[in-house]
Ligand binder design. Structure first.
Ligand code: HEC
Length: 146
């Protein structure tokens, strides 16, 4: 009987630990990946390949929420004012690599033109434009793995 109680306690203890393990302490969440070389590379990639559609300051097209006359969405902001922060790094990478899902949009696929490193760099660069509040909200989503 005592051993069953003990086992229950140990299991309960483990569950508690597991629940917290995925979360970084707040001090960690305040940190950004600010490697200057990576940021500079990301900015170069952005200026060369993305700014033409997503705007120089990454604010997207002014009317990005409304489909155009052909039913396509214009380029959305990447600077934190849109919904790019709803996507984990894995989802963002996939979007950039493969373009609009199912080809049902005007975001081009970059997998033949940009290396994995260049895609990471451009994501880190546009994330550097996000406010701390937006970045922390994104971090929650990232930690949930979506
Ligand atoms: C030809 C114009 C064009 C270019 C160039 C372009 N994009 Fe896009 N992008 C779009 C459009 C349009 C969408 C909306 C896609 C949709 O509706 O399916 C989009 C969507 C996105 C999204 C999803 C945003 C969200 O809020 O869900 C990301 C991330 C993105 N682009 C990143 C990039 C990056 C990084 C580059 C440069 C490597 C780039 N785009 C180049 C037009 C473009």
């Amino acid at each position: 009987m005592i051993s069953i109680l003990l086992l229950a306690l140990i299991l309960a203890g483990c569950q508690g630990e597991e629940g917290d393990a995925g979360r970084l302490p707040l001090s960690e969440s305040m940190k950004r990946n600010a490697d200057p070389a990576l940021l500079a590379q990301g900015e170069r990639v952005y200026r060369q390949h993305c700014a033409g559609c997503h705007a120089a300051d990454a604010s997207g097209a002014p009317n990005w929420r409304k489909r155009d006359t052909e039913g396509f969405f214009p380029p959305p902001p990447l600077n934190g004012s849109g919904h790019a922060w709803h996507h984990s790094t894995a989802v963002l990478t996939d979007l950039i690599r493969n373009g609009s899902p199912g080809g049902k949009g005007r975001m081009p696929a970059w997998e033949d033109k940009l290396s994995a490193q260049e895609i990471t760099a451009v994501i880190v660069w546009f994330q550097s434009l996000w406010s701390q509040q937006v970045y922390d909200a994104w971090l929650e989503i990232q930690q949930r793995g979506r």
